[in-house]
Ligand binder design. Structure first.
Ligand SMILES: Cc1cc2nc3c(=O)[nH]c(=O)nc-3n(C[C@H](O)[C@H](O)[C@H](O)COP(=O)(O)OP(=O)(O)OC[C@H]3O[C@@H](n4cnc5c(N)ncnc54)[C@H](O)[C@@H]3O)c2cc1C
Length: 382
């Protein structure tokens, strides 16, 4: 069982209730994959135990405090229960973090109040194809043109942070805007666009935002701020944590499967289990260190490059770890173990697909650049 480790015993977040919800989410995963309503029930449960507001001021994992290792533990635990729930929850946390970092006080209070009082679920949709987002002026408002792809959780997200190009005398560049999803008609959501190998339950459909009217008060900070470092690259440790949760589910399922079949005395199977568990623990250690580094370095301009390099290394190492765990587990359980109703049939599909994240090659090359170019790196890392 993965717990959120935290010293502050006065907070109200109930760890036992959280573990119970995770168990329910896990048990529902094979059904919810094909539920047209998506993961509505799962997020209702998470809202009821206070998980959606957990990073807001005064809450257990308040962004204003050094809570990154605990947040990564939480993301990992949710990913272990269901990777699609983990994906959408991570998007919610990412949006709240962008609001925390860059929104003005009035906006922050308004959007955080939506989470506290109405259980609003947020998402960040930055990815797009050729027909991406443009904002153009329309009297005293802006009109949106274009679509976003990979809009995770679109059917259940209440407020989406979308990005797009703006070309106005006061604003030029890549602008963040919060969209009220209740104003987006169903026929703007292209459900046929989502026929993935795995992560079906994340319902990451393409959404056409054309015609949506937005105001200055919906715009977060200036154009270009979305890409501010070290936050932009450093945030990759959050999705890496969700990924490792999927690998933990595979590790646990593999051992249970071999036990059920009385195959644990075989030395080759034992060797593979030891390889799986060593990889998993290595991943946990990477995340733990990445979380600590994040807390120590995020607000220190002198450590920006170190933070990015460590986050990049963590992300690609965890990708490799997940692939190795899947490879070893695959051989352990064979075809029979990869068939439904065994959970592994779905978790393998989900993890294989979700591991495909932006710019994996460039991320590795950036790590090389850091060590080749930075004199200081040798003192920090070696
Ligand atoms: C389940 C899931 C949910 C998602 N949800 C969201 C979401 O809510 N919001 C959001 O904004 N995004 C979301 N995404 C999108 C995600 O952030 C990435 O954009 C996407 O996964 C990258 O896709 P890709 O592997 O096709 O990328 P690609 O960029 O096509 O990469 C594929 C390969 O090509 C290589 N490559 C890239 N560029 C070049 C080039 N110019 N020349 C040669 N090789 C190249 C890469 O290194 C990699 O090896 C989601 C993705 C998944 C899988």
């Amino acid at each position: 069982m993965i717990e959120i480790k935290h010293d502050n015993a006065t907070q109200t977040f109930n760890q036992v209730a959280f573990q119970n919800i995770l168990q329910k989410i896990k048990l529902e995963a094979s059904t919810s994959e094909n539920n047209p309503e998506g993961l509505k029930t799962e997020f209702k449960w998470l809202e009821e135990i206070g998980a959606l507001k957990i990073v807001l001021p005064g809450e257990l994992l308040d962004f204003n405090k050094p809570n990154m290792p605990a947040l990564l533990n939480m993301l990992q635990a949710i990913g272990k229960a269901n990777l699609s729930v983990g994906r959408i929850f991570e998007g919610h946390i990412n949006t709240l973090y962008l609001i925390h970092l860059y929104a003005n006080e009035t906006q922050r209070n308004h959007w955080f109040q939506g989470v506290r009082e109405h259980g609003h679920l947020f998402g960040v949709w930055n990815t797009q194809a050729q027909n991406g987002i443009e904002f153009s002026t329309q009297t005293d408002q802006y009109i949106v043109n274009g679509s976003k792809t990979f809009c995770s959780g679109v059917g259940i997200i209440n407020r989406a942070l979308i990005t797009g190009n703006i070309n106005h005398e006061n604003r030029k560049g890549w602008q963040m805007v919060i969209v009220d999803m209740s104003k987006i008609a169903d026929d703007k959501i292209d459900k046929e666009s989502w026929k993935p190998l795995g992560m079906k339950a994340s319902q990451s459909y393409t959404v056409d935002f054309s015609g949506y009217l937005t105001n200055e008060s919906d715009m977060i900070a200036h154009p270009g701020i979305y890409l501010t470092q070290p936050y932009f690259s450093g945030g990759a440790i959050r999705f890496a944590a969700v990924h490792l949760g999927g690998a933990a589910a595979i590790a646990e399922n593999t051992i249970e499967y071999l036990k059920d079949l009385n195959r644990t005395e075989d030395p080759i199977q034992r060797l593979r289990i030891s390889n799986i568990m060593m990889q998993l623990v290595a991943g946990k250690l990477w995340l733990e260190k990445a979380g600590k580094n994040y807390d120590e370095w995020a607000d220190d301009k002198n450590q920006e490059d170190e933070l990015i390099a460590f986050a990049n290394m963590t992300r690609v190492t965890i990708e490799d770890i997940c692939l190795r765990i899947m490879d070893e587990s695959n051989k352990c359980i064979g075809a029979r173990g990869l068939m439904a109703p065994y959970d592994m049939e779905r978790v393998f599909r989900d993890l294989s697909f979700y591991l495909r994240q932006p710019a994996p090659d460039a991320t590795r090359l950036n790590v090389a650049d850091f060590f080749i170019n930075k004199q200081k790196a040798t003192h920090e890392f070696i």
